[in-house]
Write a protein that binds this ligand. Structure first.
Ligand SMILES: *Cc1c(COP(=O)(O)O)cnc(C)c1O
Length: 432
């Protein structure tokens, strides 16, 4: 915790916790600050930057990820397994750290299967969903026992052919494109015309195809309707609609269903004014739904698969100020990191308007605000903006610029090779 420095005159260490920024951002959980400097897992930011090998860097505090998973488990009914969606952060040390805490993985490519197997996950504990799985990916998954979520009639046919050729019983899931949408989500992946899943009204074609095979059976149903939803009523409605859709489908086709995958969609408060999800409330609603659908879900595994909600809060992206310049009265703070490491923060990964993530100067976290600036990265494009019109304390060259909530959809979802700048370093801080 706070350390007492042995200066005779300076015996007071200013330690505090921030849960809210002056920009109007409400943080998911408190961050410790000592003498204006952010503390990351018990150590000052500057020390963590040294450990990372300098800036620009990402740091992931796995204690915070573990706390999120624990919170989800405590809130959700016990019947839910908690899966981690690898594409949110596929760093292999992150995956290894998460392994004792999660029940399985949602993977979106065979590359993710291999990364996860390399750190010790079993293929049987992975569910593979993806709108255009190649024949090679299907073959490798079937050979290794990865559970596939079918997303087209072609995939169904290919799996039946493989099972027939290998005379091997195969269980699969069907990813349904439901007739409902996840309202108020940042990104829709279900409802309407979609590349994801199989439209509910054409499911019979896939079921017919599979029923013709002596080797393949449908034992799972899967719906993932959208991402980054912060609205409680919309989230609860999504779970309810999913329960209804699953029970409709089971009734219609009499499938030997063992597992029901509800996707996720839980959002994090990236922007000013966003209110974090109240897990206790959501958990309460889920307990009620489980009671309502008690007979239907008996002896079935329920799965929730989360990426962003488990990892976003654990991660920080840290760059350093390389220049401060004024153009026609507007101050631009230039940094050595940018959109090539953090596309989502720049607003260019499925966001309509540039809004700021929570941003602080890492060693002036709670210093008084003095100016309004735009923080921009080194790329030769006006899209490379880390924060626009943000109020900050006095900014000096080499100051740390920290973007919070950066543990999910960060480095691996960014165009790192654009402009040939060095890659960001990644520091994974294990639970002590
Ligand atoms: C990406 C993905 C997830 C994770 O979504 P988050 O919004 O990060 O929780 C879950 N399921 C599927 C099928 C996905 O493609």
């Amino acid at each position: 915790m706070a350390k007492w420095i042995a200066f005779p005159y300076l015996s007071v260490i200013v330690m505090s916790h921030i849960t809210k920024l002056s920009s109007g951002h409400q943080l998911q959980s408190a961050h410790e600050v000592v003498n204006h400097e952010l503390v990351i897992a018990g150590e000052p930011l500057s020390k963590r930057v040294q450990e990372a090998g300098g800036t620009p860097c990402y740091m992931y505090d796995m204690t915070r990820a573990q706390q999120q998973i624990t919170a989800v488990r405590e809130a959700f009914p016990k019947q839910f397994s908690v899966f981690y969606a690898v594409k949110a952060n596929p760093n292999s040390q992150v995956l290894a750290a998460l392994q004792p805490w999660v029940d399985g993985l949602d993977v979106a490519s065979y590359g993710e299967v291999e990364t996860a197997m390399n750190v010790g996950y079993k293929p049987q504990d992975m569910g593979f969903a993806g709108p255009a799985k190649s024949q090679g990916e299907l073959n490798a998954s079937l050979e290794n026992g990865v559970f596939l979520s079918l997303e087209s009639i072609t995939e169904a046919k290919r799996i039946c052919t493989w099972a027939e050729q290998h005379q091997k019983p195969i269980e699969v899931g069907i990813r349904i494109n439901p007739s409902f949408e996840l309202r108020a989500s940042g990104m829709h992946m279900g409802g309407g015309a979609q590349v994801f899943g199989i439209d509910e009204e054409t499911l019979f074609k896939v079921v017919e195809t599979i029923n013709q095979s002596a080797w393949v059976s449908v034992t799972g149903l899967h719906i993932y309707a959208g991402s980054q939803c912060l609205q409680m009523p919309a989230l609860v409605e999504q779970f309810r609609e999913t329960f209804l859709c699953f029970s409709r489908v089971c009734e219609q086709f009499e499938l030997p269903i063992k597992r029901l995958n509800f996707g996720g969609g839980l959002g994090v408060p990236y922007f000013a004014g966003n209110v974090p999800i109240d897990l206790a409330l959501l958990g309460h609603a889920l307990h009620e739904l489980c009671a309502e659908f008690k007979d239907f879900i008996q002896h079935k595994e329920l799965i929730v698969e989360l990426g962003r909600f488990l990892m976003a809060d654990a991660g920080l992206y840290v760059s350093q100020v390389s220049d401060v310049k004024v153009s026609r009265k507007h101050t631009f703070v230039m940094t050595n990191g940018g959109m090539h490491h953090h596309l989502a923060n720049s607003g260019n990964l499925g966001q309509l308007l540039k809004k700021n993530y929570p941003v602080v100067l890492g060693q002036k976290v709670d210093c008084p605000v003095e100016q309004k600036v735009t923080i921009a990265g080194p790329l030769c494009t006006p899209l490379d903006v880390l924060a626009k019109n943000i109020e900050l304390p006095q900014v000096d060259i080499d100051d740390f610029v920290v973007i919070m909530l950066s543990g999910a959809y960060g480095l691996s979802s960014s165009p790192q090779q654009f402009l040939s700048h060095p890659s960001a370093k990644e520091l994974v801080i294990p639970v002590i």
